[in-house]
Ligand binder design. Sequence first.
Ligand code: C2E
Ligand code: MG
Ligand code: MG
Length: 858
Amino acid sequence: MHSTATVPAASPWARLHGALMPDYNRKATAYWWTMVAIGLMTLLHCAGQVAQLPRVALLQVLAGAAIATFAGFFPVRIPRSKNSFAAGEIFIFLVLLLHGPAAASLAAAGEALVGSWRTSRRWTSRIASPAMAVVSMFLAGSLLQMGVDMLRSRGWYNDGLLMTAAMLFSLAYFVLNTLLATLVIHLKRNQPMVLREVVSNFGWVAMAYAGSASVAGLLFLTVGQSGPGVLMAVVPIVGMLLTTLHFFFRQQEADEAMRRGRVEAAEREAAQSALHVQALEVSEQRFHSAFTHASIGMALVSADGQVRQVNRALIGLLGADETAMVGQPLEALFHEGDAETFASLLARVQRREVDAINVELRCRHSDGSDVWVALDGSFFDNPSAEASNLIVQMQDITARRSAEARLQHIAFHDSLTGLPNRSRFHEHMARAIERVQADPQRRFAVMFLDFDRFKLINDSMGHSAGDAFLIQVARRIRDNVRPGDVVARLGGDEFAVLCEDLEREAHAVTLAERLQLVLGEPLQISGTEISTSASIGITFSTIGYQLPEEVLRDADIAMYRAKAAGKARHALFDAGLHQQVTDRVRLEGELRRAVEAGHLSVAYQPLFNLASGKLTGFEALARWQHPVQGLISPAVFIPIAEETALIGPLTDFVLDAACRQLKLWQSRSAAFAGLSIQVNVSGNDIAHSAFAQRVTRAIVAARLQPNHLTLELTENVLMDRVDGAVDTLTRLRDLGVGLSIDDFGTGYSSLSYLSTLPIDSLKIDASFVRGMRNGSKEAEVVRAIVTLGASLGKSVIAEGIETESQFDQLRGMGCESGQGYHLSRPLAVENVELLLDRIETERWTVQHGQAPRPVLHH
Ligand code: C2E
Ligand code: MG
Ligand code: MG
């Protein structure tokens, strides 16, 4: 019948079973109850028997049971097994031998109760264990008693056999107890019993039982011989022995546990670090992804500088493939010059002197070009590697670097030739000077080159031809110096060469000669062949320079000397030249002070009308009486004044003094009222825009008539500045001031200019006068100048008349006036006054004799 199956309501019995012994199957349950029942009955039986014992024996039984039970608290654990052996067995066995199986069974029950109570939490075990112990002990003990009784009855009893019997008993007890205990487990698991397993499991316990039994046997025998009092001494000893064993094994166990604990902790740690590694792996993956995809070039480098890994950006940056980079030293990526810099920085980081590397250096691109990178490198500790790694980032800064380099180049190079310019050359020289100062064994030479015909090319062919010329000669110079030499363009057609580490000074001369040779070869410029030449001045570090300016100045001076010696030459700046230069520098200072302090004076050289012999005026000539050197020639100090802007104040001084002086002399008498004064002015003066004003001021201050003043300009000065000077000259002419060309015939005045310029007179140069002889070339020139003057309407003056013959010839040619030592030397003011006195009193003229002597100046 298929009706709804209902679970029968669990009986109270079943519920109790479920609560207490859920793992006990039917067989096991049956066994358990049977065992407990038999145990209980045996216990009751034994208790009944023991109760009949005499009091002393009862006390002994109780004491034995107590000791056995107490010993259960100190089990001796058999190392590395779950089994333990309670020393209480000895006393149980002793009780057995002394008082029979019933007493021993009670003691065994007590001991088992305590033992199972300690070792198991289950009531089933706590109840079954004592029951099994009672049963086993009672059975085994009864067997022993039967055996001993039989031996006694047969008269075979002796100590040895007793011991053997006790051992056999213990075995039986063990087997029984174990069988009973194991049986329940096997029933629960539904497994058949295997004796071998039982023996192997409990082998140790069996041995312990046998030991206990023998000890108990020995104790029993001792009691038999010496009475029960001996137990008082032996029991504590045995107790102590067992306690010691108990603690010894406990300690061992603890050590074992600790060791196990440590192993476990280590295992745990390992597990944890596995987790950590996992986390690291994640972060490493993240890093790796960042590394690979970064737009900036990156490399991982081992502590010894070997490239481990590179990213795509770096591969792109250097154009090299990965395999060529990985495994190489990082330095191999750099430009040779920079590899060393990097290596020293790396060493510093490795020594932990600095934390990181920040440097800009050049890498080599696979196409051979240089790539500038900003490199940042820092160490990080790599957990998976012994040493730390270097992570290097490289950013391409080539564009910025080349822009900087371009700017730098523009600032320090000549745009036309690409050569270093003056500032750069100064830098090079400053460094060369430092090196020589640090090591006097080293020496350098500086050459100053100037082309002899550059101005002509520029003027006649135009500036682009001039540029082409400069570019070509620059190349020739550069191609012919030594590799380390520095060639610079200082400006215009001036070039300089710095030759360092010269073995001998003669090598610089050889180089100069070679340069002159190659620069002397014709050049092709705009289809025209042009030949040129260079003048070279050379100076050496042995002079002992402190400043680059000094070096260039001396090379320049030497170059001028070469030019003066006839162009296309070289000249060395020597110690003599050096002395000249220093003298000149000193003189400059002294001249400045003399001009400022008004220590110059003026000498007056009389001018005469050659036909009448009458005094017409004077030429004012500047004089400098040097406190040490004496009188210094204007031929020396006028050029210095012209170069140092001292000429302005000097001209003003002479102009003022001469105008005032003349006015004084004119005022002496009517005969002198028509005297005039000639004042020399330099090219720099007429270039000065306020010059006409300055002249006006001098005339007005002296209250002189303008037509009594004549300004002398040398022919070359006039022609060089003709365009700029015409204005000033015209204004002076309008003022009424006379203008004269000094040293006429030595320059290259063009006749067209002569006719248009506002000039009043021509002063024939002394060199022609000196060379005048009948029929001489000079005499012809003088004659031509006199004729020219007459045709242009300009008066002609002769200077440097030293002899009567010259005087006569000039007068014969119709030269209007003249000056010279033959007529009068330049005179100091006092001597002019003596002359004027004579003219006044004696009506003196040059026809009547020489001018008064002695003269103070010349
Ligand atoms: P210069 O203007 O041609 O002056 C004539 C020079 O010839 C003077 O030389 C004079 O002393 C000299 N001399 C005159 N007669 C004879 C003679 O018979 N034989 C010889 N051998 N020499 C004679 P000094 O005084 O030495 O002046 C030289 C030059 O210095 C002048 O040549 C002139 O160019 C310049 N100079 C002199 N004073 C001044 C000045 O105040 N300003 C400027 N700018 N230049 C001046
Ligand atoms: Mg003159
Ligand atoms: Mg002159």
